[in-house]
Design a protein around this ligand. Structure first.
Ligand code: HEC
Length: 225
């Protein structure tokens, strides 16, 4: 597992280049030409771990010099594992959330590779990043006669990163406030850590709110996984 931490940038790019050649990714691909020795290298590397070979750089945590987590460029394209509306866990907003406004939509995303690895093994790998993002609820659009849909993205998101050494829980919480693309790590005594440790159903993650993850864990428990 920890092998991935030590990946050199050049190796990741080379493997990504191979993926582009195969046409698995399109769009802003750099001009990539691979000779057969590079393909052989990539094949050798892929033999070390099938899941590892297609991890794009943007799906691995990257940090600024002063330790802030950089916003992953394409997190809105990751696997959306859960959505909720008006979910609140702050006593002060309990009554407001129960009123006419349904509150914000929450969407939770995770990297594709980490999701697949979780489905395989039933555990979240090191470097898993969960993004919690928020959308306003809106209700004005024709031809709607009832209900709510997602309005604008609220420029504040949070990331839960599995990373040994960052906190005794094995996970770090980062906040990207005011639309910042750099996330600050919460201090070890922040309420984030204690609420997740005490109430989240699996490995500090609120899997009870994420249907496919919940189902995978139920399989493990019934002995099939
Ligand atoms: C009182 C309990 C509570 C506190 C405190 C709390 N959370 Fe959470 N958190 C939740 C619940 C419940 C979810 C389930 C998903 C949702 O909100 O839609 C969640 C989900 C998350 C997720 C998605 C991944 C996961 O682990 O399930 C992130 C990221 C997150 N919270 C970040 C934070 C940060 C950052 C803080 C501290 C500022 C924080 N949370 C404090 C209850 C809490």
């Amino acid at each position: 597992m920890l092998e991935r931490n030590r990946w050199k940038r050049s190796e990741v790019l080379k493997l990504l280049g191979l993926t582009l050649t195969l046409g698995a990714l399109t769009g802003c691909a750099p001009e990539t030409t691979l000779d057969t020795s590079e393909v052989a290298n990539a094949e050798a590397a892929s033999a070390q771990g099938a899941a590892a070979q297609t991890i794009p750089e943007s799906h691995l945590p990257a940090f600024t010099a002063d330790g802030k987590l950089r916003e992953p460029a394409d997190w809105q394209e990751w696997v959306m594992v859960g959505a909720s509306i008006g979910l609140s866990y702050n006593e002060e907003v309990r009554s407001a959330a129960a009123g006419a406004s349904p509150g914000m939509f929450h969407r939770v995303y995770v990297q594709q590779w980490a999701y697949r690895e979780f489905l395989d093994r039933g555990e979240f790998p090191e470097q898993t990043m969960f993004v919690l993002s928020f959308f306003q609820s809106a209700e004005s659009e024709h031809p709607r006669t009832g209900g709510f849909y997602e309005g604008d993205l609220i420029p504040a998101m949070e990331i839960h990163l599995k990373r040994e050494g960052v906190h005794e829980s094995g996970w770090g919480f980062y906040m990207f406030s005011g639309g910042s693309s750099e996330g600050e790590l919460f201090a070890p005594d922040a309420a984030c850590y204690s609420c997740h440790a005490e109430n989240a159903d699996h490995d500090n993650v609120f899997v009870q709110f994420y249907p496919t993850i919940r189902a995978r864990l139920a399989e493990s428990e019934s002995g099939d996984g």
